[in-house]
Design a protein. Structure first.
Length: 125
């Protein structure tokens, strides 16, 4: 029979997993291994009031503000490319459906995490 992990071991694993995927876009499940595309850090100035709103929206979505900002920038660039290339409505509709599917997957992930947490705590009691 396998011994039960200590809280320190569980937290260390969670921290390692979190750190390993911190720079990945939040709109898809984190994969193991190296990222396929290189990324760069880009700083921008945002008024404090908007940052407060960003933090509130991100918290409600259960993601980090930086991941939400990245998602929005990527979505806007894709939309502009579609407009410029004339792909417009069809691609916009497909992207909208893809965003909805990703949101559903994020929601499922949150529920699974909550259930796992509840199971762990029920087993500890």
């Amino acid at each position: 029979m396998e011994r039960e992990k200590t809280i320190e071991e569980i937290l260390a694993e969670a921290a390692a997993d979190s750190e390993a995927g911190r720079d990945l876009p939040a709109d898809y499940a984190r994969a193991t291994g190296t990222p396929k595309e290189a990324s760069k850090v880009y700083s921008l100035r945002v008024p404090e009031e908007l940052l407060t709103q960003l933090r509130q929206i991100a918290e409600a979505d259960g993601i980090e503000p930086s991941a939400l900002m990245r998602r929005w920038v990527i979505e806007r660039i894709e939309a502009e490319q579609d407009r410029i290339t004339g792909r417009g409505a069809l691609v916009a509709d497909l992207r909208s459906k893809l965003r909805q599917a990703r949101q559903l997957l994020d929601d499922v992930r949150k529920v699974e995490e909550r259930l796992l947490w509840e199971e762990r705590h029920a087993a500890a009691d």
